[in-house]
Write a protein that binds this ligand. Structure first.
Ligand SMILES: Cc1cc2nc3c(=O)[nH]c(=O)nc-3n(C[C@H](O)[C@H](O)[C@H](O)COP(=O)(O)OP(=O)(O)OC[C@H]3O[C@@H](n4cnc5c(N)ncnc54)[C@H](O)[C@@H]3O)c2cc1C
Length: 475
């Protein structure tokens, strides 16, 4: 997999092999031939930047509710090119800000409502995939948050307690080591928290299928059309491209980490790379040793984040953070491969499942996710400026983007619903510090949290939560 670096301005001239960007894009079940680019200036009711889950769900719900709207989506590459076509396959009710922190910031009721809506979003993704006949391989296996080693047990208990305080623990179960091994055999697993509100999906099939559903509803998607700037206020908001402007009553910025490439948004989000390795399909003998028949999404409690899923064709996907932040919030294709991190992921996968010794890892890829200054995503709409956006999912965006799409559609159509009152709506994200402070801070926290994790694993003592890195990276 060799790829040339690209930016919003250069994408159009390159003929890219989009299948090489992830296992999911490779197995999307189609050639990934780009749709036509924007032919020239266009007028629309709603113009959306980005054909990932956020942009596509927004277009989908707008058109489903008001088929008379002219909705135009501009995508720099192809639908599903970004994180939506490359992720860990979790469609999870997990939210970037922890339940306890949500309660502290917004109060019990608001936190509870938001988390209930996240559970609803997991359901809704499956419902729409079925209704639109999208072969998204949606499988509701739930989620296991595993305590690997004694140092991680208190985190499991604390997570359960915070859901209990919110009255959301009814179907959540704390499993002991024996019960955990009954589901999946992971070395040194001391227990786990089981949460049924999680499914696995085939991300690229979902994104590509959604794009077709949007078109069936009358939406127009122009691919290989990078937006180089946007204007709001004045007579008409617009998205600016090299082939002309799209003027609309409302523009929607749905580019997640890639938004940092736009000058006006450079400090809004911190692009962080999450990387993934994937095994070959494993033999029945190997699966017999591992178990994992329930195909739950699995993670441990490391600050530095790991996430696993079992694919429909019997592979293990092992993802994690650890790739370094790049100065100036730069986003480039070449950052998606960071051999030390990919090697660490392969090593860790074998450590979790010693039976993987000798098994081949066939794929390695990555992509940028977007971290807002205080980890809180925003779903906002300013009618006076004709500007809408949803962003900042910190790697938990599959189900969240569905909630964003429904919320933005309601806001733009001026419908007051249960979701338009959630604390995510019109949440004002603080900008990140200017460089070089941003780089220094991000690298310090990345390095510091890794040290805290390693130390906890080595000593068996849980993290104190008091180190500077933990306090800065707390969410
Ligand atoms: C490796 C990885 C693993 C992840 N795993 C999970 C997971 O298991 N579960 C989970 O919930 N979340 C996960 N996430 C996060 C999740 O995938 C994202 O939060 C979600 O897909 C974001 O959707 P989006 O549409 O907002 O952004 P994206 O999917 O990134 O889409 C943005 C789109 O906008 C386009 N774009 C950007 N700028 C421009 C421009 N200037 N002009 C035109 N088009 C533009 C991009 O090309 C892209 O297609 C993961 C992310 C990564 C990177």
């Amino acid at each position: 997999m060799t790829r040339a670096p690209s930016g919003p301005k250069s994408a159009r001239s390159e003929a890219k092999d989009y299948r090489a960007y992830s296992f999911w894009l490779e197995t999307a079940g189609e050639e990934l031939a780009p749709r036509p680019s924007l032919p020239g200036p266009v007028e629309a009711d709603v113009a959306i930047l980005g054909a990932g889950f956020t942009g596509l769900w927004t277009a989908y719900y707008l058109l489903a509710q008001d088929p008379s709207l002219k909705v135009v989506v501009l995508e720099a590459e192809i639908a599903g090119f970004g994180a939506s076509g490359r992720n860990g396959a979790w469609c999870s009710s997990g939210f970037p800000v922890s339940p306890g922190e949500l309660q502290r910031r917004f109060g019990r009721e608001a936190a509870r409502e938001l988390l209930l809506e996240m559970r609803g979003a997991v359901e809704e993704v499956g419902t729409v995939a079925r209704a639109e006949e999208i072969d998204a391989q949606y499988f509701r296996g739930g989620q296991l948050r595993v305590a690997r080693g004694p140092s991680q047990l208190p985190a499991i208990e604390a997570a359960y307690e915070s859901l209990l305080r919110l009255g959301l623990a009814e179907d959540i179960r704390v499993l002991d080591a024996h019960e955990t091994a009954g589901r999946v055999r992971i070395t040194d697993a001391r227990g786990a928290l089981y949460n049924p509100h999680c499914a696995t999906i085939h991300p690229a099939r979902l994104a590509r299928g959604l794009a077709r559903a949007v078109e069936r509803l009358g939406g127009e998607i122009f691919e290989r059309t990078p937006v180089t700037d946007y204007e709001v206020g004045g007579k008409s908001p617009r998205l600016v491209t090299d082939s002309g402007e799209v003027r609309a009553s409302t523009i929607v910025l749905a580019g997640e980490a890639y938004l940092a490439r736009l000058r006006k948004l450079r400090r809004q989000l911190l692009p962080i790379y999450s990387l993934i390795v994937l095994t070959e399909p494993l033999s029945e003998e190997r699966w017999a040793e591992i178990g994992w028949e329930g195909r739950e999404c699995v993670a441990s409690n490391r600050y530095t984040v790991d996430y696993l899923s079992r694919t429909e064709d019997g592979r293990i996907l092992f993802g994690g953070r650890g790739a370094p932040y790049h100065f100036g919030s730069r986003v480039k294709d070449e950052y998606e491969r960071h051999e030390p991190t990919h090697q660490m992921l392969r090593r860790t996968a074998r450590d979790w499942f010693p039976v993987l010794e000798g098994a081949r890892f066939t794929h390695a890829w990555g992509g940028p996710l977007a971290v807002p200054r205080d980890w809180m995503p925003t779903i906002s709409y300013d009618p006076s400026r004709g500007l809408a956006t949803a962003r900042g999912y910190t790697g938990q965006g599959v189900a969240t983007a569905n909630l964003s799409g429904r919320t933005l559609a309601d806001l733009i159509l001026k419908r007051q619903t249960a979701i338009t009152g959630l604390p995510t709506v019109d949440y004002k994200q603080r900008p990140w510090e200017p460089e070089p402070l941003r780089w220094l801070g991000a690298r310090y926290v990345q390095h510091g949290l890794m040290k805290v994790d390693d130390n906890a694993e080595r000593t068996g003592e849980p993290p104190t939560g008091k180190t500077l890195a933990e306090r800065l990276g707390k969410h």
